[in-house]
Write a protein that binds this ligand. Structure first.
Ligand code: AMP
Ligand code: MG
Length: 409
């Protein structure tokens, strides 16, 4: 039997080595329209007030609150987008629409509902308070305010705020580009019809989807045969064109498992075996400074390793400060056999019943069975050395998805 040259390390140690080798991608300026989902690389300080001028918050009449006149002459009408003419003096009012600037002299707005206008004069039905229904200049944001901090993710609200203040380009960490190289002489592209002994490449499409879900740009390099020349060229190509390279397959002990020796030849291997199930042969290397994950070929192993190691690594490179999925304690609905030697990640469905989260695994957990991931919303992390588990036991679930629910009405 062949034995691995690489010592088996614990998953925490594997993550420490990955994190030590990575840093956020250097910031770039992007137009606001391309910034959604990216992480801000610098603090943004307001260059303008928001609102830029005192504006009416209602459709109604701009008045002087302390004016004792029983009725006021309506001297003008100001609509949103108009700056209008006229000054409000005692005994007068301006008909005003929401968003229009408050006319000079006025200090309050009375909504149409609280006033009666007849023959060009308006009577107020309620007492008026200074400042009512007026949005003062700078109420939301004042010049010099810190708008957004470095490290914030740009979602719709952040983008709207930047747009409202004229920030049309922002400094962000770019979206990591991830090359995906599937290896194996048995593989044909998913569109092709497999010949004898051949199978379709499912890791290519699955990892491409996982990369997109992680907010990154995939660069699929297609299946490559277990041939040292072809693989060497493909690894170098991927490392040259992307910020990270993922390979799948070829990291075990078979005679045609060429990925580890090639990564050792072309770069530095930081680890080559981890005490996890699935995913024991997971490998991490740097090739020309570019991080490379050698993922195992079994479809479940490659996706579970992606979830536990590649996804947080991509989030780190994308500038996120929060890298990890939420973890929650759950109770088992059934007994579980647990590997004594390795930390296991069992695919599971977590549901809530009467305030308690219950986990049921998705059937056979063998690493070739992609169906064990279908419909799963959690990975149960079962640390090694704890023996078997029983129905009712509490374990930790890594929530990979918090699905939307139907409205309970
Ligand atoms: P390996 O890690 O290369 O020894 O592959 C382990 C198992 O996963 C073998 O049964 C392969 O045929 C299968 N496998 C490897 N790569 C892929 C892939 N891209 N898509 C589907 N199955 C794969
Ligand atoms: Mg293979």
């Amino acid at each position: 039997m062949r034995s691995s040259d690489y010592p088996m390390i614990e998953p925490d140690e594997a993550w420490r080595r990955i994190a030590a080798a990575l840093s956020p991608l250097p910031p770039v300026q992007v137009p606001l329209g391309e910034a959604h989902g990216l992480i801000l690389a610098e603090e943004v300080v307001a260059r303008e007030d928001l609102p830029p001028f005192a504006a009416s918050a209602m459709d109604g009449y701009a008045v002087i609150a302390a004016d004792p006149a029983p009725e006021r002459e309506v001297i003008a009408q100001w609509e949103a987008g108009q700056s209008g003419v006229g000054t409000v003096r005692l005994g007068t009012a301006v008909r005003i629409m929401t968003g229009a600037p408050l006319p000079p002299g006025a200090d309050a707005v009375v909504p149409f509902e609280d006033a009666d206008e007849r023959n060009g004069f308006v009577r107020l039905r309620t007492p008026v308070r200074t400042g009512q229904y007026v949005r003062p200049a700078g109420q939301d944001v004042a010049i010099g305010d810190s708008l957004l901090r470095a490290g914030m993710r740009l979602g719709p609200a952040e983008i709207g705020l930047l747009a409202s203040l004229g920030h049309t380009a922002v400094s962000v960490h770019p979206r990591p580009r991830v090359a995906i190289l599937t290896t194996g002489s048995e593989l044909v592209p998913a569109e092709a019809t497999p010949g004898p002994g051949q199978i379709r490449d499912s890791n290519g499409p699955a990892l491409t989807a996982a990369v997109i879900e992680a907010g990154c740009s995939p660069l699929p390099l297609g299946p490559v045969a277990d041939d040292a020349h072809a693989l060497r060229a493909a690894i170098l190509d991927g490392a040259a064109r992307a910020d990270m390279l993922l390979t799948s397959g070829g990291v075990s002990m078979g005679v045609k498992d060429l990925v580890k020796p090639l990564l050792a030849e072309l770069g530095t291997i930081h680890f080559g075996r981890v005490a996890i199930k699935p995913g024991k042969p997971l490998t991490f290397a740097l090739v020309g400074g570019v991080p490379v994950f050698g993922l195992p070929g079994f479809p479940v192993s490659s996706l579970v390793c992606f979830e536990n190691f590649v996804r947080p690594a991509l989030r780190l490179m994308a500038g996120h400060t929060r890298l990890w999925r939420p973890e929650v304690p759950v109770r088992l609905t059934h007994d579980l056999h647990h590997d004594a030697e390795r930390t296991e990640f069992q695919r599971s469905v977590v549901t809530q019943r009467e305030g308690v989260l219950w986990a049921t695994t998705t059937g056979s957990q063998v690493s070739g069975r992609l169906k064990s991931l279908v419909g799963a919303n959690a990975l149960l992390r079962l640390p090694r050395g704890l023996g078997d588990f029983y129905a009712g036991d509490e374990v930790i679930a890594i929530m990979v998805e918090r699905p939307e629910v139907e409205r309970q009405t």
